[in-house]
Ligand binder design. Structure first.
Ligand code: SF4
Ligand code: SF4
Length: 298
């Protein structure tokens, strides 16, 4: 195995323009989560407070800046965004400005939360979407990665959303080989339908070999960085990359994307306006986006 340089140097890292700032992601609860998945690429968990929760006032300030810059849509992520004490008012504040997608592990979606989600959906001028993470069609497949008992809780949360007529996208991390094979995809769609989703959507995500995943299996190596080195990105790849049209807002500042939360070199500025510039794809995780086609968008 080749020695692993931390990042590619500027001369070898592919350049990526910011085609437009269309999307703003909010790292709403920092690294705080109510579970601690073994494949979590940003090592979130109940005791993980190294990236703090965002103040509601800061979220609103960034929303106003985003509107002024012509941003078209928003994502809430974490950690678990529903742990934010002002989650629902921030959902309302965001939906007053544009479409919103919330990425959640579904654990906190009970009848009450599903009802609130439905009201937010009904009251909003813009579209409101939810993405729920589930890593298998059985407890035996999901729980070793997401934690004991999570299959039952997550599927109950999805069923609550279905009961109020919402149809979240289900995201599945390819934590074992074959999970994203064609047969498994159609089986997963059928499974989502069995939970009550009338218009099931299932999104498979390749593994990111950083954070806790690095310890569960293995991290990137020098060959991964070498695969990126000197690449010229086609217009199709540029368009597909989340970082060509979005930025991630955290309590510490604005970063390239939701993947590189722990990479100090991915911090770009204190305001969105400061980040309206091209970036260099110098991190090993970029290989998963560029070569394996990972896109964080729904
Ligand atoms: S993968 Fe998602 S649900 Fe799991 S610990 Fe990380 S942030 Fe929480
Ligand atoms: S990890 Fe992916 S989304 Fe983040 S900067 Fe690299 S290519 Fe872009």
């Amino acid at each position: 195995m080749l020695p692993v340089p931390a990042v590619l140097d500027d001369a070898h890292a592919p350049s990526l323009p910011l085609t437009a700032l269309d999307t703003v992601w909010f790292q709403l609860t920092g690294t705080l989560c109510n579970i601690a998945c073994r494949h979590c690429f940003i090592t979130c968990g109940p005791l993980e407070t190294r990236v703090p929760m965002m103040d509601a006032a800061d979220v609103t300030r960034f929303l106003d800046e985003a509107v002024a810059l012509g941003v078209r849509d928003y994502y809430f992520t974490g950690g678990e965004p529903m742990l934010h004490p002002e989650f629902w008012s921030l959902v309302g504040a965001t939906l007053a400005r544009g479409p919103l997608t919330v990425l959640t592990n579904g654990i906190l979606i009970d009848g009450d939360a599903a009802g609130r989600a439905r009201r937010a959906f009904d009251d909003a001028r813009y579209s409101f979407d939810l993405r729920v993470s589930l890593d298998g069609m059985s407890a035996a497949e999901n729980d070793p990665v997401r934690g004991k008992g999570t299959f039952v809780t997550i599927t109950a949360g999805i069923a609550e959303l279905a009961r109020v007529g919402l149809s979240p996208a289900v995201t599945v991390v390819e934590h074992r080989q074959g999970l994203a094979a064609e047969a498994a995809r159609s089986e997963f769609l059928g499974f989502a339908r069995s939970l009550g989703l009338t218009h099931p959507r299932v999104k498979f995500l390749p593994l990111l070999r950083i954070g806790r995943e690095e310890r569960r299996t293995h991290g990137y190596d020098g060959e991964d960085l070498a695969a990126l080195s000197g690449l010229t990105l086609s217009p199709e790849v540029v368009e597909a990359l989340v970082c060509s049209s979005s930025r991630l807002v955290t309590a510490h500042g604005v970063m390239t994307c939701p993947i590189l939360l722990d990479a100090p070199s991915a911090m770009m500025g204190r305001t969105l306006a400061e980040t309206l510039r091209p970036i260099k794809l110098q991190w090993a995780a970029c290989k998963t986006c560029v070569v394996e086609g990972l896109s964080c968008r729904t």
